[in-house]
Design a protein around this ligand. Sequence first.
Ligand code: 13P
Ligand code: SF4
Length: 330
Amino acid sequence: MNAPVARENLQGLDLLAEIQRLKKERNAVILAHYYQKPEIQDLADFVGDSLELSKRAAETDADVIAFCGVKFMAETAKILSPQKTVILPDMAAGCSLEDACPPGKFKAFREAHPDHIALTYINCSAEVKALSDIIVTSSSAETILSQIPPEQKIIFGPDRHLGGYLSRKFNRDMLLWPGVCIVHEAFSETELLKLKAQHRGVPVAAHPECPPHIIDHADYVGSTSGILQYAQTITGDTLIVATEPHIIHQMEKAEPTKTFIGAPGADGNCACNICPYMALNTMEKLYLALRDLQPQIHLDETVRLGAKKSLDRMLEMASGTVGKGDLGRA
Ligand code: 13P
Ligand code: SF4
């Protein structure tokens, strides 16, 4: 159920002060993904990529986790910290990758390939996690894949671009589920090449959810935290960024003298690379969520325990990868 934001007049309220007050009152921690609006990133207790946020959610001693991200991220927090109240400002904040992988179809696919293990991207529902063997994020995928014996057959879902990238890099066949991120899918190769021609010698950093025709032009490929670190290591003063543009806020904070240019979409100037799901979270909805402790994540306990198994495998196998942005160049 969504927070009834439209029905309340919050005008005149100092939202930042109210959020801080409620956070104390509730003993809440605010976790935010790099794709959130700048004002939300700035008030969060921690901003990170999917793996870092999972770890924080597992470790926090707060009573309430206010998750400013999308639903699969808040569900992950609940799976790892079931005794805590987990709120998501807008329950409609989904993900095209999750939508592309309905649990029933995924289960049937697994049953059709009993000799394969399921290595599954964290961008999926709790049900799909429970049907999987090991979860990966973009910053842990490579470390985890390198620990799986070469003869072991693998189903990789739901992101066929991340799966394809890993498959090419590791020279390893995997059965790929046909999901895509609508945001990274929208980058235009033609427009990127025009931009590169205007900025000769400027490097490109890309998220592995990008299709291969974008990855092929990247100097660095990695998770959001990996891209952020790369932005701090380039020797030049400009970087082209092929991922959701709200991450540029953190880059500009870390490197105020450098210039970060968002990679273009199809008409060279569209807002199609802003994640429409992440954008649903607002200050107003965060305030209401903290005030009412709604909308809240609830999970069936059998599903939660199944999903926890595959997430715990990830956390064990990925130990040491946090913040390294370890995918590196293709
Ligand atoms: P990261 O784990 O790299 O932050 O990716 C999350 C995501 O949804 C990217 O679209
Ligand atoms: Fe999902 Fe793409 Fe949005 Fe990430 S950017 S949450 S993968 S739709």
